[in-house]
Design a protein around this ligand. Structure first.
Ligand SMILES: Nc1ncnc2c1ncn2[C@@H]1O[C@H](COP(=O)(O)OP(=O)(O)OP(=O)(O)O)[C@@H](O)[C@H]1O
Length: 257
Protein backbone atom coordinates (compact mmCIF):
# COMPACT_ATOMS: atom_id res chain seq x y z
CA UNK A 1 0.00 0.00 0.00
CA UNK A 2 1.21 3.46 -0.88
CA UNK A 3 -0.21 6.86 0.08
CA UNK A 4 0.18 9.65 -2.46
CA UNK A 5 -0.92 13.23 -2.03
CA UNK A 6 -1.12 15.21 -5.26
CA UNK A 7 -1.43 18.98 -5.71
CA UNK A 8 -3.67 19.67 -2.72
CA UNK A 9 -5.06 23.16 -2.26
CA UNK A 10 -7.11 23.74 0.88
CA UNK A 11 -7.95 26.31 3.54
CA UNK A 12 -10.77 27.94 5.43
CA UNK A 13 -13.34 29.77 3.32
CA UNK A 14 -11.40 32.38 1.38
CA UNK A 15 -8.22 31.79 3.38
CA UNK A 16 -5.95 29.64 1.23
CA UNK A 17 -3.53 27.72 3.50
CA UNK A 18 -2.20 24.72 1.54
CA UNK A 19 -0.83 25.82 -1.81
CA UNK A 20 -0.45 22.97 -4.26
CA UNK A 21 0.99 20.48 -1.87
CA UNK A 22 2.26 17.08 -3.06
CA UNK A 23 3.81 14.21 -1.09
CA UNK A 24 4.25 11.28 -3.48
CA UNK A 25 4.77 7.56 -2.87
CA UNK A 26 4.71 7.15 0.90
CA UNK A 27 5.27 3.43 1.37
CA UNK A 28 3.27 1.48 3.95
CA UNK A 29 5.46 0.89 7.00
CA UNK A 30 7.18 4.25 6.77
CA UNK A 31 7.12 6.94 9.44
CA UNK A 32 6.96 10.44 7.98
CA UNK A 33 7.62 13.51 10.09
CA UNK A 34 5.78 16.68 9.12
CA UNK A 35 7.92 19.55 10.32
CA UNK A 36 7.60 23.31 10.01
CA UNK A 37 7.03 26.33 12.21
CA UNK A 38 3.81 27.40 13.92
CA UNK A 39 0.99 28.22 11.47
CA UNK A 40 2.80 26.61 8.51
CA UNK A 41 -0.25 24.42 7.78
CA UNK A 42 0.56 21.06 9.43
CA UNK A 43 -2.84 20.65 11.15
CA UNK A 44 -4.65 21.92 8.07
CA UNK A 45 -2.84 19.27 6.03
CA UNK A 46 -3.87 16.49 8.44
CA UNK A 47 -7.47 17.75 8.61
CA UNK A 48 -7.61 17.70 4.81
CA UNK A 49 -6.31 14.11 4.69
CA UNK A 50 -8.82 13.14 7.39
CA UNK A 51 -11.71 14.67 5.43
CA UNK A 52 -12.50 17.44 7.94
CA UNK A 53 -11.57 20.08 5.33
CA UNK A 54 -12.56 19.71 1.69
CA UNK A 55 -9.71 20.56 -0.68
CA UNK A 56 -10.42 22.95 -3.56
CA UNK A 57 -8.02 20.94 -5.77
CA UNK A 58 -5.86 17.85 -5.69
CA UNK A 59 -6.05 14.14 -5.01
CA UNK A 60 -5.41 11.75 -2.11
CA UNK A 61 -4.66 8.20 -3.23
CA UNK A 62 -4.32 5.05 -1.12
CA UNK A 63 -2.89 2.52 -3.53
CA UNK A 64 -5.05 2.88 -6.65
CA UNK A 65 -8.08 4.18 -4.67
CA UNK A 66 -8.87 7.86 -4.91
CA UNK A 67 -10.13 8.67 -1.39
CA UNK A 68 -10.32 12.45 -1.89
CA UNK A 69 -14.12 12.45 -1.97
CA UNK A 70 -14.77 9.45 0.26
CA UNK A 71 -17.39 10.22 2.94
CA UNK A 72 -15.83 11.12 6.26
CA UNK A 73 -17.04 7.95 7.97
CA UNK A 74 -15.79 5.66 5.21
CA UNK A 75 -12.52 7.50 5.11
CA UNK A 76 -12.15 7.16 8.90
CA UNK A 77 -11.98 3.39 8.43
CA UNK A 78 -8.83 3.87 6.36
CA UNK A 79 -7.29 7.05 7.79
CA UNK A 80 -7.18 7.64 11.57
CA UNK A 81 -6.41 11.14 12.82
CA UNK A 82 -5.34 12.27 16.26
CA UNK A 83 -5.98 16.02 16.50
CA UNK A 84 -3.85 18.37 18.55
CA UNK A 85 -6.68 19.07 21.01
CA UNK A 86 -8.18 15.82 22.25
CA UNK A 87 -9.67 16.60 25.72
CA UNK A 88 -12.70 14.64 26.82
CA UNK A 89 -14.94 14.97 29.87
CA UNK A 90 -17.12 11.91 29.22
CA UNK A 91 -17.71 9.47 32.08
CA UNK A 92 -15.79 6.69 30.37
CA UNK A 93 -12.88 4.60 31.52
CA UNK A 94 -9.72 4.56 29.41
CA UNK A 95 -10.62 1.03 28.24
CA UNK A 96 -14.14 2.10 27.24
CA UNK A 97 -12.89 5.16 25.40
CA UNK A 98 -10.45 3.09 23.32
CA UNK A 99 -13.19 0.52 22.65
CA UNK A 100 -15.50 3.33 21.51
CA UNK A 101 -12.78 4.57 19.15
CA UNK A 102 -12.42 1.03 17.77
CA UNK A 103 -16.17 0.67 17.19
CA UNK A 104 -17.01 4.11 15.87
CA UNK A 105 -16.79 3.17 12.21
CA UNK A 106 -18.41 -0.28 12.61
CA UNK A 107 -21.52 -1.69 14.29
CA UNK A 108 -21.79 -1.35 18.07
CA UNK A 109 -21.91 -5.08 18.84
CA UNK A 110 -18.81 -5.85 20.89
CA UNK A 111 -17.02 -9.15 20.19
CA UNK A 112 -14.29 -10.75 22.31
CA UNK A 113 -11.91 -9.94 19.51
CA UNK A 114 -12.60 -6.21 20.02
CA UNK A 115 -11.88 -6.46 23.75
CA UNK A 116 -8.61 -8.29 23.03
CA UNK A 117 -7.62 -5.64 20.52
CA UNK A 118 -8.18 -2.84 23.07
CA UNK A 119 -6.16 -4.75 25.69
CA UNK A 120 -3.37 -5.41 23.20
CA UNK A 121 -3.22 -1.73 22.20
CA UNK A 122 -3.13 -0.53 25.81
CA UNK A 123 -0.41 -3.09 26.58
CA UNK A 124 1.63 -2.10 23.52
CA UNK A 125 1.59 1.56 24.55
CA UNK A 126 2.34 0.80 28.21
CA UNK A 127 -1.11 2.03 29.30
CA UNK A 128 -2.63 -1.17 30.73
CA UNK A 129 -2.38 0.19 34.28
CA UNK A 130 -4.72 3.05 33.30
CA UNK A 131 -7.44 0.83 31.76
CA UNK A 132 -10.01 1.42 34.51
CA UNK A 133 -9.22 5.07 35.19
CA UNK A 134 -11.75 7.71 34.15
CA UNK A 135 -10.50 9.56 31.07
CA UNK A 136 -11.48 12.90 32.62
CA UNK A 137 -9.09 12.17 35.52
CA UNK A 138 -5.90 11.68 33.51
CA UNK A 139 -2.89 13.95 33.49
CA UNK A 140 -2.22 15.85 30.23
CA UNK A 141 0.48 13.38 29.20
CA UNK A 142 -1.64 10.33 30.06
CA UNK A 143 -4.55 11.78 28.07
CA UNK A 144 -2.25 12.31 25.09
CA UNK A 145 -1.04 8.70 25.20
CA UNK A 146 -4.64 7.46 25.43
CA UNK A 147 -5.47 9.60 22.37
CA UNK A 148 -2.67 7.78 20.50
CA UNK A 149 -4.21 4.45 21.61
CA UNK A 150 -7.63 5.60 20.33
CA UNK A 151 -6.03 6.44 16.98
CA UNK A 152 -4.05 3.26 16.35
CA UNK A 153 -6.52 0.74 17.83
CA UNK A 154 -8.38 0.30 14.52
CA UNK A 155 -5.13 -0.59 12.73
CA UNK A 156 -5.95 1.76 9.81
CA UNK A 157 -3.89 2.07 6.65
CA UNK A 158 -2.90 5.66 7.44
CA UNK A 159 -2.28 7.10 10.92
CA UNK A 160 -2.02 10.88 11.35
CA UNK A 161 -0.68 12.10 14.69
CA UNK A 162 -0.74 15.84 15.26
CA UNK A 163 2.02 16.60 17.78
CA UNK A 164 1.70 13.28 19.64
CA UNK A 165 4.51 14.07 22.11
CA UNK A 166 3.81 17.72 22.99
CA UNK A 167 2.60 16.89 26.52
CA UNK A 168 5.04 14.07 27.27
CA UNK A 169 8.17 13.88 29.42
CA UNK A 170 11.40 12.61 27.90
CA UNK A 171 10.81 8.96 28.84
CA UNK A 172 7.26 8.95 27.48
CA UNK A 173 8.23 10.80 24.26
CA UNK A 174 10.64 7.97 23.49
CA UNK A 175 8.38 5.17 24.71
CA UNK A 176 5.25 6.27 22.81
CA UNK A 177 7.11 6.73 19.50
CA UNK A 178 8.99 3.44 20.00
CA UNK A 179 5.65 1.69 20.63
CA UNK A 180 4.03 3.30 17.58
CA UNK A 181 6.99 2.16 15.47
CA UNK A 182 6.82 -1.38 16.76
CA UNK A 183 3.03 -1.53 16.23
CA UNK A 184 3.69 -0.39 12.65
CA UNK A 185 5.83 -3.48 12.11
CA UNK A 186 2.66 -5.62 12.09
CA UNK A 187 0.24 -4.11 9.56
CA UNK A 188 2.61 -1.62 7.93
CA UNK A 189 0.44 1.50 7.91
CA UNK A 190 1.75 4.86 6.77
CA UNK A 191 2.32 6.93 9.91
CA UNK A 192 2.63 10.71 9.63
CA UNK A 193 3.35 12.78 12.72
CA UNK A 194 3.63 16.55 13.06
CA UNK A 195 6.65 17.09 15.28
CA UNK A 196 8.23 20.25 16.63
CA UNK A 197 11.23 18.47 18.16
CA UNK A 198 13.62 17.98 15.23
CA UNK A 199 15.84 15.63 17.22
CA UNK A 200 12.90 13.32 17.92
CA UNK A 201 11.95 13.59 14.25
CA UNK A 202 15.50 12.60 13.27
CA UNK A 203 15.45 9.63 15.62
CA UNK A 204 12.10 8.11 14.59
CA UNK A 205 11.27 9.20 11.05
CA UNK A 206 12.26 7.59 7.76
CA UNK A 207 11.34 10.71 5.82
CA UNK A 208 10.79 14.37 6.70
CA UNK A 209 8.51 16.84 4.92
CA UNK A 210 9.30 20.48 5.64
CA UNK A 211 6.37 22.87 5.37
CA UNK A 212 6.47 26.67 5.31
CA UNK A 213 3.46 28.88 4.68
CA UNK A 214 1.51 26.02 3.12
CA UNK A 215 4.28 25.06 0.69
CA UNK A 216 6.57 22.03 0.85
CA UNK A 217 10.16 23.24 0.87
CA UNK A 218 11.86 19.88 1.16
CA UNK A 219 11.02 16.17 1.36
CA UNK A 220 13.52 13.39 1.97
CA UNK A 221 15.54 11.41 4.52
CA UNK A 222 16.27 13.16 7.86
CA UNK A 223 20.05 13.40 7.36
CA UNK A 224 19.55 15.29 4.09
CA UNK A 225 16.62 17.48 5.14
CA UNK A 226 18.03 18.54 8.51
CA UNK A 227 21.32 19.59 6.88
CA UNK A 228 19.57 22.01 4.49
CA UNK A 229 19.98 25.76 4.98
CA UNK A 230 16.17 25.98 4.62
CA UNK A 231 15.82 24.50 8.12
CA UNK A 232 17.46 27.48 9.80
CA UNK A 233 15.76 29.95 7.43
CA UNK A 234 12.31 28.44 7.99
CA UNK A 235 12.55 28.34 11.78
CA UNK A 236 14.44 31.67 11.92
CA UNK A 237 17.34 30.18 13.87
CA UNK A 238 20.91 29.15 13.16
CA UNK A 239 21.48 25.40 13.06
CA UNK A 240 24.24 22.86 12.71
CA UNK A 241 23.60 19.18 12.14
CA UNK A 242 25.92 16.94 14.11
CA UNK A 243 26.33 13.23 14.77
CA UNK A 244 26.54 12.16 18.40
CA UNK A 245 29.04 9.52 19.56
CA UNK A 246 26.22 6.97 19.31
CA UNK A 247 25.56 7.94 15.69
CA UNK A 248 22.31 9.84 16.31
CA UNK A 249 21.59 13.03 14.39
CA UNK A 250 21.54 16.14 16.56
CA UNK A 251 20.29 19.57 15.48
CA UNK A 252 22.10 22.27 17.42
CA UNK A 253 19.89 25.38 17.17
CA UNK A 254 20.37 28.91 18.48
CA UNK A 255 18.84 32.32 17.92
CA UNK A 256 20.69 34.37 15.31
CA UNK A 257 23.28 36.67 16.86
N1 LIG B 1 -10.52 27.42 11.52
C1 LIG B 1 -9.69 28.28 10.94
N2 LIG B 1 -10.13 29.37 10.28
C2 LIG B 1 -9.30 30.24 9.66
N3 LIG B 1 -7.95 30.10 9.65
C3 LIG B 1 -7.43 29.03 10.30
C4 LIG B 1 -8.26 28.07 10.97
N4 LIG B 1 -7.45 27.12 11.53
C5 LIG B 1 -6.19 27.48 11.20
N5 LIG B 1 -6.18 28.61 10.48
C6 LIG B 1 -4.99 29.31 9.93
O1 LIG B 1 -4.33 28.43 9.02
C7 LIG B 1 -2.92 28.60 9.12
C8 LIG B 1 -2.27 27.25 9.35
O2 LIG B 1 -2.68 26.77 10.62
P1 LIG B 1 -2.36 25.29 11.09
O3 LIG B 1 -3.10 25.05 12.38
O4 LIG B 1 -2.59 24.36 9.98
O5 LIG B 1 -0.78 25.40 11.37
P2 LIG B 1 0.21 24.41 12.13
O6 LIG B 1 1.41 24.29 11.27
O7 LIG B 1 -0.49 23.16 12.52
O8 LIG B 1 0.57 25.29 13.41
P3 LIG B 1 1.07 24.88 14.91
O9 LIG B 1 2.45 24.32 14.78
O10 LIG B 1 1.07 26.22 15.59
O11 LIG B 1 0.08 23.92 15.49
C9 LIG B 1 -2.66 29.61 10.24
O12 LIG B 1 -2.41 30.87 9.68
C10 LIG B 1 -3.96 29.60 11.02
O13 LIG B 1 -4.21 30.85 11.64
Amino acid sequence: MTLSIENIKAGYGKINVLKDLSVPDIEGGSFVGLIGPNASGKSTFFKTLAGLITPSAGKILIGADDVTWLRRRDRARRIAYMPQAYGCNALLSVFESVLLALKQTTGWRVEKDNLDRVSDTLNALGLAHLANRGIADLSGGQAQMVAVAQTIVRAPEVVLLDEPTSALDLHHQLSILTSVRSEMGKKKPVVMAALHDLNLAAKFCDRLVLLREGVILADGPPDRILALPEIGETYRVETDLERTKRGALYVDARLPA
